[in-house]
Design a protein around this ligand. Structure first.
Ligand code: AGP
Length: 608
């Protein structure tokens, strides 16, 4: 969840490391720091708060040196403070470490190191790393790092510099991403390619249990027995450079507005011929697909909500039993893995620790894993048997928006292809559905063109302290997603419910102060949903409705209505998502909050 950058070369060390950290700030932003080696000493600056604070410090007093490491933190052990910020140091201030991940046995290690007279100055788990390296540092930094890796348990990626060998950065990883950028006369290491592409597009993805040494002229990778590993560099092309706000006030708003384009581009790429061919280049054979008896979707957060919608889509279009699990539950619940089962993992970042662990569990049970990701070179992409890349471009706002609808769209295309393969959806129906699919981008645009109506609703309700979101059927997960979006960026307590469940408990919460967002597009359960809304209305609840254009009846229940264009029920989650995202966005900004970097969150959750 933290971001690491290390650089060795002749460019301005402050500028290069800060530029990398700005790109990684989405991974954590409660404190940050940078250490260089200059004149035989570690020079260090650390600051609490967003990266801007560190940038201001460095602006006034830049660090010198041709080698350095930097870090932006999302606290796991020890509150955000200067002494808990990284880099962390050994006793003699000659070894500096930046770390992303969790050292699970740090308490034991710390006790032993204290007994051996090491002096600790922070409450972090990370600090055991420089002290353990210090303990084992006899001949080379690489060997000391390997010995430290043998002692520490957990997930980690870390980078180390030492005044004893002032020309090298040594880094390593286990279950947490680390990417090397190979430059001309300089080299860089970072948690994510975003921090590297400004400098070079020649990339090496470090694998678990590998150790990499970077000097300005060389990159050397070894295993934990010090055997050298030859790895080819990959040349990056594509959308990695798009991470700017493009004139919008926030990344979240920009990314909400990018949704028609993302879906349009996918249609252009995947449905060009008018025929539904295998929509993604999957290695899984059609003969294997038709034999499947079960699909098991596992994901976290918003991606889990996409998976939930996926269950409705796949069960309805393909008539195949589909389960959806939260990855952190899936990985420990010893799931039944018999039968012809395909595991689908969904992850925007492709780095989510729990989802990755779920994939590994599935593979141990010899199940095939198809992952839906937004980052092609991510760990999840590399470890899966097959991937569908949603190609939404970098999503920087912590709250997932365009990646969510991109994930939904990937699930639609997959299910439509699969359904056709099984001869469940007939050609004529398929043609009608594809026609409607092609209209989605323009319908999304119609919604965005009326964003000010959502803003008006947000103005009425932004001071409320609780919200309920209700939906039914395929829009029950839309309600969950609407509630998650709101709580993430506005810190308002919000909960999503299947509307039919209200009378079994939650209706007790309803009073005149409670806004209830009701997702009621045209559907075969419209009347049921309508009665559920009447029930909450009768208890004084304030209704905000997301309904279909032309629905006059809903006016009987509320004047706070946002209309989405007409579309078939099965595709409606793609449209419903947008007003809910806008509602969360406007409420957050009206409350004066940092919508792109909400408190306590990070974009890429690489810890358990
Ligand atoms: C989404 O708004 C959240 N920030 C979060 O729930 C996210 O979806 C979750 O952490 C999973 O991330 P992933 O898609 O990168 O795996």
């Amino acid at each position: 969840m933290c971001g690491i950058v290390g650089y060795v070369g002749a460019r301005d060390i402050n500028a290069v490391i800060l530029a990398g950290l700005w790109k990684l700030e989405y991974r954590g932003y409660d404190s940050s720091g940078i250490a260089t080696i200059y004149d035989g000493e570690i020079r260090i600056k650390r600051a609490i708060g967003k990266l801007k604070v560190l940038a201001d410090v460095l602006d006034k007093e830049p660090l010198k040196g041709n080698i350095g490491i930097g870090h932006t933190r999302w606290a796991t052990h020890g509150e955000p403070s200067e002494e808990n910020a990284h880099p962390q140091l050994d006793c003699s201030d000659s070894i500096a470490v930046v770390h992303n991940g969790i050292i699970e046995n740090y308490i034991n290690l710390k006790e032993k190191l204290i007994a051996e007279h090491h002096i600790f100055r922070s409450f972090t788990d990370t600090e055991v790393i420089p002290h353990t390296i210090e303990k084992y540092y006899t001949d080379s930094l690489e060997n000391a790092v390997i010995k430290a890796m043998n002692e520490i348990e957990g997930s980690y990626a870390f980078a180390v510099i030492s005044t004893k060998e002032p020309n090298k950065i040594v880094c390593c990883k286990k279950n947490t991403p680390l990417v090397i950028g190979v430059g001309e006369k300089d080299n860089i290491v970072a948690s994510d390619i975003l921090a590297i592409v400004g400098l070079t597009r020649k990339i090496i993805y470090l694998e678990d249990n590998e150790i990499c040494t970077l000097t300005k002229d060389s990159v050397k990778i070894t295993d934990r027995n010090s055997n050298e590993i030859k790895r080819k560099t990959v040349y990056l092309n594509g959308k990695v450079l798009e991470a700017d706000k493009g004139g919008f006030s926030h990344f979240m708003l920009k990314e909400i507005y990018e949704q028609p384009k993302v879906i349009h581009e996918t249609i252009e790429k995947r449905l060009q011929s008018g025929e539904l061919f295998k929509p993604f280049p999957l290695s899984i054979k059609d003969s294997e697909l038709v034999k499947l008896s079960r699909i098991l979707i596992q994901a976290c957060g918003t991606s889990w909500h996409a998976g939930h919608v996926g269950k409705y889509i796949i069960e309805s279009l393909c008539r195949i039993h589909t389960e959806v699990d939260i990855s952190s539950e899936f990985r420990y619940r010893n799931p039944v893995t018999s039968g012809e089962t395909l595991v689908i993992a969904i992850s925007q970042s492709g780095e989510t620790a729990d989802t990755l662990a779920g994939i590994r569990e599935a593979k141990l049970a010899f199940l095939k894993v198809l992952s839906i990701v937004n980052v092609a070179g991510s760990t999840i992409a590399r470890e899966s048997n097959d991937i569908i890349n949603i190609d939404a471009g970098p999503e920087i706002g912590v709250a997932s928006t365009k990646a969510y609808t991109g994930q939904l769209f990937a699930l639609y295309l997959f299910a439509l292809y699969f359904s056709r393969l099984k001869w469940i959806t007939k050609d004529d129906d398929l043609a009608l559905m594809l026609k409607e699919v092609r209209e989605i981008p323009s319908k999304m645009q119609m919604i965005l063109d009326r964003a000010s109506q959502v803003e008006e609703i947000a103005r009425k309700f932004h001071q409320s302290s609780n919200f309920i979101f209700l939906g039914r059927g395929i829009n029950y997960p839309s309600a969950l997603e609407g509630a998650l979006k709101l709580k993430e960026v506005s810190y308002i307590h919000a909960t999503g419910y299947p509307a039919g469940e209200m009378k079994h408990g939650p209706i007790a919460l309803v009073d005149k102060n409670l806004p209830i967002v009701c997702i009621i597009p045209k559907s075969n359960i419209y009347e049921k949903m309508f009665s559920n809304i009447e029930e909450v209305k009768a208890r004084g609840g304030q209704i905000i409705a997301v309904a279909t254009e032309g629905d006059k009846k809903i006016k009987e229940l509320t004047e706070n209505i946002f209309y989405i264009p007409e579309c078939s029920e099965i595709l409606s989650p793609l449209l419903v998502a947008l007003p809910l995202q806008l509602l969360a966005y406007y409420i957050s900004t009206l409350r004066g909050l940092d919508v792109d970097k909400p408190r306590n969150l990070a974009k890429s959750v690489t810890v358990e």
